[in-house]
Design a protein around this ligand. Structure first.
Ligand code: ADP
Ligand code: TZD
Length: 569
């Protein structure tokens, strides 16, 4: 361990990195130690920062990313070189894809050896490998540059469209020394890291004109809107305009899902029938069928609010782009609305209501059934009823059917409380997000996990137990990827590619680390286990046994599976 008190006049790279982070109010590092960064983690702890150690870097990176999304401050992930760096890189790429601010800090090996490919311990040209996956990538070579390097990384992560930043710290840098007064002076505090970016007044006027011309307007709120923390103005705009809205999955709770203007229960209808659609921090990617085709019916006229100008016209023509930060854009639009109010067509509102009523009645029937074993609906009904009483709880959600059904059945009442597979539809975010959300908010987390999805990060149950986090993980155990019913078509001894060990007892896993395990075979078991686990505020895992034939292949995305054209006899 580095000796803090060797000389009061000298500081080194280790100290300067920690000082630079603290100087910018960063108080937590998620990571996994080893050469050359073990002492950096120790020092962080010694200097009053929180170091949360993981079992795999991808999960540490995911925790950092979700902390960034929740706070608008970059989450920090610290890893060792080469393999540790690569393990963290998936999380960095996922953060960049989702527009979450995080900084992956990795130690790296001797430059001279790496560049001549002479076979150093954990040799890898990390900086160049990180570039395509990060919003920005930097290496610091001199201790005197640590202050500016860290400041640069912070600003790159959070300004404009947020994203993942890679910061390369060669081993040699960490032990480099310099005069401590000069070191202190070299620190940089980032001023106005997330500057307001005001929209051009003419873009606001254009958007309002288009909105006023609409007969069947629709607002779509994306996770960019949730990230922006402009909750009160967004709600005021939606309510003043009277326009029906759809929340994307992580924007659920920005307005409570029970809000009268939510069109979620009539999603297909409003997407097909709307004439003018206003996107607020939501991209027209695959999650919105690229803004065209069958889902969207007749071509739409779009308004798009986004901080990134090049997002506009990415998939279809946008008639009224409004470029700026969502807080400033919505405030300007709200202002315009006050001087000339809108009133959406009563027929449009009534038509949506009647679809909502019809679809909700159908859903209520499914939710009321009590099949044995449980299916997705009956299990989620039990969870929904418990979570309704705890709007403060963070919900993490991944899987295929488990994700699709939970998204529509579990209502959210508060913003930035739902964290899921996001823009990539990635599996493996579960336990990393759960730890990140619990540590960042200090509030309980309920992770609703497909059994396959859970497997990607399941070892972090130990992390959850080690830090005694109030995380309850619910495994939707249907014996496989999607379902557990496939059979090996060749008749061979191996099980089918989608099938797991039948009847696995995931609840036993958490018991190995001192957590509480529950085995739930009925909705009432599940309900009482969840109530008890939340009340206890301790690490818990509920193995919820689900009918292995329930659900569909790939959940809602069945149609994305390419079909084989060749059928061998
Ligand atoms: P969803 O998956 O919920 O539809 P996306 O991740 O596709 O949402 O879209 C988020 C969008 O929000 C991105 O295009 C991003 O540039 C934008 N964004 C993020 N933060 C802000 C902000 N503070 N102001 C404006 N736009 C933002
Ligand atoms: N690997 C990664 C990193 N991301 C992925 N999305 C996949 C693989 C493919 N995949 C899905 O898209 S969903 C899924 C996989 C493996 C798991 C589905 O099974 P589950 O969920 O048990 O988690 P359900 O609820 O039983 O369908």
């Amino acid at each position: 361990m580095t000796n803090d008190n060797q000389s009061t006049d000298v500081t080194d790279g280790f100290h300067l990195v920690i000082d630079a982070l603290k100087h910018n109010d960063i108080d937590t590092i998620f990571g996994l130690v080893g050469i050359p960064i073990t002492d950096l983690a120790r020092l962080a702890q010694a200097e009053g920062m929180r170091f949360i150690g993981f079992r795999h870097e991808q999960n540490a990176g995911n925790a950092a990313a979700i902390a960034g999304y929740m706070t608008q401050k970059p989450g920090i992930c610290l890893t060792v070189s080469a393999p540790g760096f690569l393990n963290g890189l998936t999380a960095l790429a996922n953060a960049t894809t989702n527009c979450f601010p995080m900084i992956l800090i990795s130690g790296s090996s001797e430059r001279e050896i790496v560049d001549l490919q002479q076979g150093d311990y954990e040799e890898m040209d990390q900086l160049n490998i990180a570039k395509p996956f990060a919003k920005a990538s930097y290496r610091i070579n001199h201790a005197a540059d640590i202050g500016i390097g860290v400041a640069r990384a912070i600003r790159a992560a959070v300004s404009g469209r947020p994203g993942g930043v890679y910061l390369d710290l060669p081993a040699k840098l960490l032990s480099q020394t310099m005069d401590s007064a000069a070191g202190k002076k070299s620190l940089v505090r980032v001023v106005d890291a997330v500057p307001r970016q005001l929209p051009a007044p003419e873009s606001v006027a254009r958007a309002l004109d288009l909105l006023k011309s609409a007969k069947r307007p629709l607002i779509i709120l994306g996770k960019g809107a949730a990230y922006a923390q402009a909750d009160a103005d967004i709600r005021a705009f939606v309510e003043h305009s009277g326009i029906p809205y759809l929340p994307m999955s992580m924007a659920k709770g920005l307005l409570p899902d029970t809000h009268a203007q939510s069109a979620s229960a009539a999603r297909s209808y409003v997407l097909a029938e709307a004439d003018v659609v206003m996107l607020v921090g939501a991209r027209l990617n695959w999650l919105l069928a690229h803004g065209k085709g069958k889902t969207w019916g007749a071509p739409k006229r779009f308004i798009q609010i986004d901080i990134s100008p090049t997002e506009i016209d990415s998939n279809v023509a946008i008639e009224a782009p409004v470029i700026g930060d969502i807080g400033s854009c919505i405030a300007a639009l709200l202002n315009g609305l006050k001087s000339s109010p809108l009133k959406p067509d009563a027929e449009w509102v009534a038509a949506i209501q009647s679809r909502k009523d019809k679809n909700s009645a159908k859903m209520a029937q499914l939710l009321d059934s009590k099949p044995s074993p449980m299916n997705f609906h009956s299990a989620l009904r039990a969870i929904r009823d418990v979570l309704k009483t705890r709007p403060d709880i963070n919900v993490v959600n991944e899987g295929a059917n488990t994700l699709d059904f939970a998204r529509s059945i579990i209502d959210m009442q508060q913003p930035r409380k739902r964290f899921d597979s996001g823009t990539w539809g990635i599996m493996g975010i579960g336990m990393g997000y759960a730890v990140g959300a619990a540590v960042t908010s200090g509030l309980p987390v309920v992770a609703i996990e497909g059994d396959s999805a859970f497997g990607f990060s399941g070892m972090e149950l130990e992390t959850i137990c080690r830090y005694r986090l109030p995380v309850t993980t619910i495994i939707f155990n249907n014996n496989g990827v999607y379902r557990g019913t496939d059979v090996n078509p060749s008749g061979g001894a191996d099980v089918a590619p989608t099938v797991f060990v039948k009847g696995a007892r995931y609840d036993k896993m958490i018991e190995a680390f001192g957590g509480i395990g529950y085995h739930a075979t009925t909705a009432s078991d599940l309900s009482s286990a969840l109530r008890e686990a939340i009340a206890a505020g301790k690490p818990a895992l509920i193995n919820a046994v689900i009918d292995e034939s329930a659900g569909t292949e790939s959940g809602r995305l069945t149609n994305l599976n390419p079909a084989t054209a060749a059928h061998k006899k």
